[in-house]
Design a binder for this molecule. Structure first.
Ligand SMILES: [Zn+2]
Length: 252
C-alpha cells in the first residue's frame, strides 16, 4: 500500500473513534442509528434513483446549508454505509486535516470504523470464527453491524484478523447466496426501503433564487440529480429569460 493510502486509512480510523465517542458515547454497533444521527444534525434528502452506481452525495447550497442526499434504492446495509461515508464530507474533516490524503479512501475507512469498531470486531471474531467458520462469521457480523458483507470482509483483513484474500474477492450478491448455503434466513438489510423526501432542499433552493443568492442556472445545476423536474423548470426559465433579454437588446 502506498504511503498516501496508508495515511488516509489511518486518519479515517482515528476520526471514527472520536466520532463514536462524541455522538454515541461508546464503541458500539450503531447500525441504522447512523441514519437517525444524520437526520438529527443535517438536512437529509432521500431519493429513489434507479441507478445501481449511485449511492449518495453531500451538497453545499452555501456555507451554512449542507444537504446529504441518499439513494434509498440501495439495499439498507449499503445505504447505512453510504451515510457513514457521507458523514466524513458533512463534518468537514477536509478543512481540519492539513496533510495531503485521499479523502474518498479516508471516508470509506471512516465509515468502516464507525460501523464496525475495531475493538468490537476483534472481540467477536475469534469466537465466531472458531464456532462457525470465517464465511458465516462475516455474515453474522454484517447483520449485527448492519454493514455490507464486502465491507466486513475488508475490515477483517485490515484489522489483520485473517489473511485469506479469498474473502475480499466475494461480491455482495454472492454473499447473499452464501446465506442459503449456510442455512441463514434472508435479511431485510439486503432489501431496499425506498423513500423520497426532498421538499426542504427544494424550498431552500427556491428561497436562495428569490433572494438572488443563486441564479436559476445555478439552481438548476444543484437540483439536476436531486429533483430533475424542478431543475428542468429552472433551466427553461433561464433560457426564456435569456431570449427575452436578447430581444430587448435587439429592440434597443
Ligand atoms: Zn465521498
Amino acid at each position: 500500500m502506498s504511503k498516501l493510502k496508508l495515511q488516509s486509512e489511518q486518519v479515517g480510523e482515528a476520526f471514527a473513534g472520536q466520532f463514536l465517542t462524541d455522538h454515541f458515547g461508546a464503541e458500539i454497533f450503531i447500525g441504522p442509528g447512523i441514519e437517525l444521527k444524520l437526520q438529527e444534525i443535517s438536512h437529509v434528502i432521500f431519493q429513489d434513483v434507479p441507478d445501481n452506481e449511485y449511492f449518495g452525495a453531500t451538497v453545499n447550497v452555501d456555507s451554512e446549508q449542507v444537504f446529504v442526499a441518499i439513494n434509498t434504492r440501495q439495499p439498507l446495509r449499503i445505504r447505512y454505509f453510504t451515510v457513514a461515508h457521507e458523514f466524513w464530507h458533512l463534518l468537514g474533516y477536509k478543512e481540519v486535516i492539513s496533510e495531503e490524503i485521499d479523502h474518498e479512501r479516508a471516508a470509506d475507512r471512516f465509515a468502516a470504523a464507525v460501523m464496525m469498531p475495531a475493538s468490537l470486531v476483534r472481540l467477536l471474531w475469534g469466537r465466531l470464527k472458531q464456532d462457525f467458520g470465517e464465511e458465516k462469521a462475516i455474515i453474522m457480523i454484517a447483520d449485527m453491524a448492519a454493514a455490507p458483507y464486502e465491507a466486513v470482509a475488508r475490515r477483517i483483513l485490515e484489522l489483520k484478523l485473517s489473511k485469506s484474500r479469498r474473502l475480499i474477492a466475494i461480491k455482495e450478491k454472492e454473499w447473499i447466496s452464501l446465506r442459503k448455503a449456510h442455512h441463514l434466513a434472508n435479511s431485510p438489510l439486503d432489501e431496499p426501503f425506498p423513500i423520497k423526501s426532498f421538499s426542504k432542499y427544494e424550498s431552500v433552493i427556491a428561497e436562495a433564487v428569490e433572494k438572488r443568492l443563486l441564479n436559476k442556472a445555478e439552481a438548476s445545476g444543484k437540483l439536476a440529480q436531486i429533483s430533475p423536474e424542478t431543475a428542468i423548470r429552472y433551466q427553461t426559465e433561464t433560457n426564456r429569460e435569456r431570449t427575452i433579454s436578447q430581444e430587448e437588446e435587439e429592440d434597443l
